[in-house]
Design a protein around this ligand. Structure first.
Ligand code: FES
Length: 170
């Protein structure tokens, strides 16, 4: 299986409307740049490239300033994620307990590396730096739920169950 290309895709008119709605809703808030990005990502699952200039114009900031904020925080995405988002912890405890093996397994069995989405659009894999579940390392978060002591087999089972829930292939 190959991962999906990461080339930028233009936002749809509906997505741009959601961006504009979030910006106008928060335009008068102090320090609105981050809240705007959070609102857009909550609505769309990502912050489209087109949002950067729109936020900059709204807040009288430079495009570079807004881009800098967007890329500083790991949690913001610039591309639409897959149906499921898997975050693999890369912090110390999880590394010591084999999280790199989970990443290798994702590459070898599922054809998806960190920061990529499977070719079928089912799963996006992202890094995270501690999920507060260190005692049960290695830990992952799948669609917002944290799982501990995750082996390759358990990871497969979690992904299979998640894909079934959205009608994807296992
Ligand atoms: S180091 Fe992975 S959950 Fe804390």
């Amino acid at each position: 299986m190959q991962s999906r290309s990461s080339s930028a895709v233009a936002a749809t008119p509906d997505q741009l409307a959601a961006v504009d709605a979030a910006i106008s809703r928060l335009a008068t808030m102090r320090g609105a740049c981050l809240p705007m990005m959070h609102a857009i990502q909550a609505e769309l699952g990502f912050v489209p490239h087109e949002a950067v200039q729109r936020i900059a114009d709204s807040l009288n900031l430079s495009r570079a300033d807004v881009h800098g904020v967007l890329t500083y925080y790991h949690d913001f995405r610039s591309e639409a994620p897959g149906c499921h988002v898997l975050k693999v912890c890369r912090a110390e405890s999880c590394q010591a307990m084999g999280s790199e093996k989970l990443e290798d397994h994702l590459c070898e069995k599922h054809g998806v590396a960190m920061g990529e989405t499977c070719a079928d659009g089912e799963v996006t894999v992202e890094p995270v730096y501690c999920l507060g579940n260190c005692a049960l390392s290695p830990a992952v978060m799948l669609d917002g739920k944290v799982y501990g002591r995750v082996s390759a087999e358990r990871l497969d089972a979690l992904l299979q169950r998640a894909k079934k829930s959205t009608g994807g292939q296992s």
